[in-house]
Design a protein around this ligand. Structure first.
Ligand code: MN
Ligand code: MN
Length: 313
């Protein structure tokens, strides 16, 4: 019998444990297929802070999620043993030490054979996760949904920050550069070429303007075909959504994805060999309605629903 989320008929949804979907908590990922884990960090953020409170808020909003996906029939808890293993103890006074602590924590998670599903936290955290993922799987395909490319060479002279992880991942060979998609990029840049450098590396870059007013199901189908059977990591920056849908984030950009588009993209990736996912950049102090954390919790659930081994009814 796999772990099940605590039901609303057993304990009111406004009560009970503050774990993701009120799943059982676990001290580590041993014996799990899927480990939900928080990385409560904002010391890599360049503009608004507050993402250190992201995991707590995502867990709180996830309390309303029920186990079955009525849109796709996915029944993730029928076959996958899931638990919430709590937060990584980052060092909030030292970003570089925090990055080391995150990679150590994820080395352990993937060492137990669990798929990490991460609640952020600013986007810096994806670099140490990819180090751990590549340590197990080798270079992985990457589906990166974001308003920003996050391929700066440095920020204020620092090589590690929330705007640099995918340049570092490319340089370190953590990702398979021909199997990388960046989706939803937009806004203003430092040069007119900001999105083209990664195209030169082999990345597939899909700007938001090319997605306005369209279903994302065809794009997801194209990615699914092209990315092949090898391992893939999905990193979902909540600022890929329009600020009308997800205002509680550190670096908002107008004219972004809609919530239905965000769901279409994930659902369309069913069948991809996903070995890890994160949902980053939820900043509760700017999320006055809680809608951003609610959306983040649902997108994380949708990613759970496309993992290998999930059955559909
Ligand atoms: Mn980002
Ligand atoms: Mn972003």
């Amino acid at each position: 019998m796999t772990n099940q989320p605590l039901g609303g008929n057993d304990m009111p949804r406004f009560a009970g444990p503050n774990t993701f979907m009120r799943l059982p908590s676990a001290v580590n990922a041993e014996g799990l297929d899927v480990a939900f884990v928080g990385v409560p960090m904002d010391i890599g953020a360049s503009w608004r802070s507050g993402t250190r409170f992201g995991p707590k808020a995502i867990r709180a909003e996830s309390a309303m999620l029920r186990p079955y996906n009525m849109g796709t029939g996915a029944a993730p808890f029928d076959s996958l043993n899931c638990a919430d293993i709590g937060d990584v103890a980052i060092n909030t006074f030292d970003l570089k030490d925090s990055v080391r602590r995150i990679s150590d924590a994820f080395d352990e998670i993937v060492g137990f054979g669990a798929v990490p599903m991460t609640m952020g936290g600013d986007h810096t955290l994806t670099l140490p996760i990819l180090r751990a993922i590549a340590g197990k799987h080798g270079p992985v395909g990457l589906i990166h949904i974001d308003a920003h490319a996050d391929i700066n060479d440095h920020m204020f002279g620092e090589q590690i920050a929330h705007g640099t992880p995918f340049r570092r991942a490319y340089e370190e060979g953590l990702i398979d550069r021909k199997r990388v998609w960046q989706v939803g990029l937009r806004g203003t840049g430092y040069t007119a070429e900001d999105f083209n450098e990664a195209r030169g590396w082999g990345f597939h870059v899909v700007q938001a303007e090319d997605l306005w007013h369209k279903s994302l199901t065809p794009l997801a189908g194209h990615i699914r075909e092209q990315i092949g059977n090898g391992p893939v990591y999905i990193t979902y920056d909540i600022d890929s959504l329009d600020p009308a849908y997800a205002p509680g984030t550190g670096t908002p950009e107008i004219a972004g994805l809609t919530t239905p588009q965000a769901v279409e993209l994930i659902r369309g990736l069913w069948g991809v060999n996903v070995v890890g996912c994160d949902l980053v950049e939820v900043s509760p102090p700017y999320d006055t309605s809680g809608n951003t954390a609610l959306t983040g919790a649902n997108l994380l659930y949708e990613m759970l629903c496309i993992l290998p081994g999930v059955v559909r009814r």
